[in-house]
Design a protein around this ligand. Structure first.
Ligand SMILES: [Zn+2]
Length: 303
């Protein structure tokens, strides 16, 4: 389930100093339309990758939390942690001189605020959030009898297990009001007020939005496509492709960010795959291959 990232990434913006120092150190800002990759002269290096295991169990500290989805025998929060831990190990083993930092490493939940703090304090160059998708129940009308010769119906919830495969999400700009309505429509605990806490007329918000568009949007899309290609071509997973999530708070991330929906936890086949060692290893290997290619591309264009 995706809502946590949008909220989490909102908090990355609460550290504008960090994000600006990142931009200044590693990139040269110009006004060209295609200015989407760092192109400094000293050689850009991807040194730190932030791995975010979506959701969690018992909340630790204060802030905002989100519990995540459930399958028939497993929980999203446990699957995301298992994959994140494997991903950290694989990155540090296979990608030389790259540090992988986890936003949470135990079952306990870490607030969105704290996750963002961890990403910023560690000066992440890439933010990868691991999630599992889930479809909400469908509502169906079922006839339960007859009263005064008229049929009587009741509304029943029917699980929708039809979702299958991966989905990649990056930020896409949309009008604020729509985005706010979407956040409200999701009715995720605490999320709406956090979305509303960002003033779209605030100059800082506007500047960060523009910076994101210029610096991180295209990089996020590139990375999302690389990951998606690995899932589809190497692992032969079904994919819904890449989507730009139109929640405006996503634009406040201070680094290229991709949310990986690794599979549908409420689909029986996907749930089995997501909980299996082989499935988790396959997902991790695909993400590492994509990250390796992304790193190569990024460091090549900056030379
Ligand atoms: Zn989720």
């Amino acid at each position: 389930m995706i809502y946590s990232l949008s909220v989490l990434l909102a908090f990355l913006s609460f550290f504008p100093v960090t994000s600006y120092s990142f931009i200044k150190q590693d990139t040269i800002i110009n006004n060209s339309k295609n200015d989407t990759v760092p192109n400094n002269t000293t050689g850009f290096k991807i040194k730190t990758i932030i791995i975010d295991a979506g959701h969690g169990g018992k909340p630790t500290g204060t802030g905002h939390f989100s519990h995540g989805a459930s399958g028939s025998f497993s929980s999203e929060r446990n699957v995301t942690l298992a994959i994140a831990l494997k991903l950290q190990k694989a990155i540090e083993k296979d990608m030389s001189e790259v540090k992988a930092v986890l936003t949470r490493s135990t079952e306990d939940d870490v607030s969105f605020e704290r996750r963002a703090e961890i990403a910023n304090q560690n000066k992440g160059n890439v933010f990868i959030s691991i999630h599992c998708n889930s479809l909400p129940d469908r509502h169906a009308r079922e006839r339960i009898g007859t009263k005064r010769r008229k049929p009587v119906y009741r509304t029943v919830s029917v699980p929708d297990r039809s979702g299958k495969g991966v989905l990649l999400l990056v930020y896409g700009l949309k009008r604020t009001r729509e985005a706010e309505n979407e956040i409200k429509a999701n009715q995720v605990e605490g999320d709406s007020e956090m979305g509303a806490g960002l003033d779209p007329d605030d100059p800082v918000t506007i500047i960060l939005t523009n910076e994101y568009k210029r610096k991180f949007r295209q990089q996020s899309i590139n990375l999302a496509n690389l990951i998606n290609n690995e899932f589809v071509q190497t692992d032969e997973r079904p994919s819904e492709g890449m989507r730009e999530q139109s929640i405006y708070v996503l634009c406040h991330s201070a680094m290229p960010s991709v949310l990986v929906e690794t599979g549908y936890i409420n689909n029986p086949d996907d749930e089995k795959y997501l909980n299996s060692e082989d499935g988790q290893n396959e997902i991790v290997a695909s993400i590492v291959r994509a990250l390796t290619n992304y790193k190569k591309e990024m460091e090549l264009v900056s030379r």
